[in-house]
Design a protein around this ligand. Sequence first.
Ligand code: FAD
Length: 288
Amino acid sequence: MQTIKDILNTGSVTVSFEVFPPKKADAYDSVRDAVLKIADLQPSFMSVTYGAAGTTAGMTVELADEILHRRNVPVLPHLTCVASSRQHVDKMLDTYKTLGIHNCMALRGDLPKDGKICEDFPHASDLIRYIRANSDLCIGAACYPEGHVESHNKSKDIDYLKMKVDAGCDFLTTQMFFDNTIFYNFLYRVLQAGIQIPVIAGIMPITSARQLSRSVSLSGTQVPERFRAIVDRFQDHPDAMKQAGILYASQQIIDLIANDVKHIHVYSMNKPEVAAGILANLSEILCL
Ligand code: FAD
């Protein structure tokens, strides 16, 4: 099985999807069914998030294992370090090896509300350095075109991003953005910093006003007036809102591909119909 680095280096456009495990174990089967339907679409790869402070560690790996072995789709399980000890990370690396998982998204994670952090890996760069030294995994990391919410200085943010790259990560995936100009400006700053690894554009199709306000409050992402008007107009009509959200995301992706951006990661929110809708809107474009 190719690593994600290999897949990104083929020169073709890639479209991948992100899914997340349930918060509670009794919802696992329904989430797994939705996730496998997304895997049936045969994306370039799928990432599986890691609940805040590692709360879903077991289900993240279980879902990744099912996607890989039941659908033969390459997987990228996420791993956060803010509350993870070195022993826990070692255990996760062993588990990936046993399951034949070759990729990992190395993140710090959001600071826990109860303040319980583990000092072993204070920043994502520390986790990346450790994984690079102790495994041959292909490593991804996060980046923030509008700056990370805790960061008051965009150039410092890029300096820290460069530290992650120098620590050994193989590719970057962005936080969602709704205005492609922000992404193009970010790519320019990334190149200026001497970062040459692939940057995957993270696109979130918004299908409800609630999802928009939750996502924006967590990430600080700007909402352009054009998109705000769409949400204001259609938020009380779920089917129309879903259609408009899928189309807006599809148009963003078409503009990115037209401007030679090769790699797109769609935050599919475990919704097979959203993932399928995006791919249907790109069907001819992805054949080029
Ligand atoms: P870092 O790179 O460590 O950066 C965190 C902050 O610290 C930034 O403000 C940065 O500027 C600053 N910083 C970095 N290095 C240093 C340093 N050496 N000294 C001082 N300051 C420094 N969260 C989850 O809980 N689970 C997930 O599965 C998950 N998946 C994600 C996927 C993507 C693509 C993205 C963009 C985010 C994801 N997140 C996830 C959210 C992420 O965990 C949070 O944004 C978190 O607050 C930062 O993680 P990071 O890996 O970017 O941290």
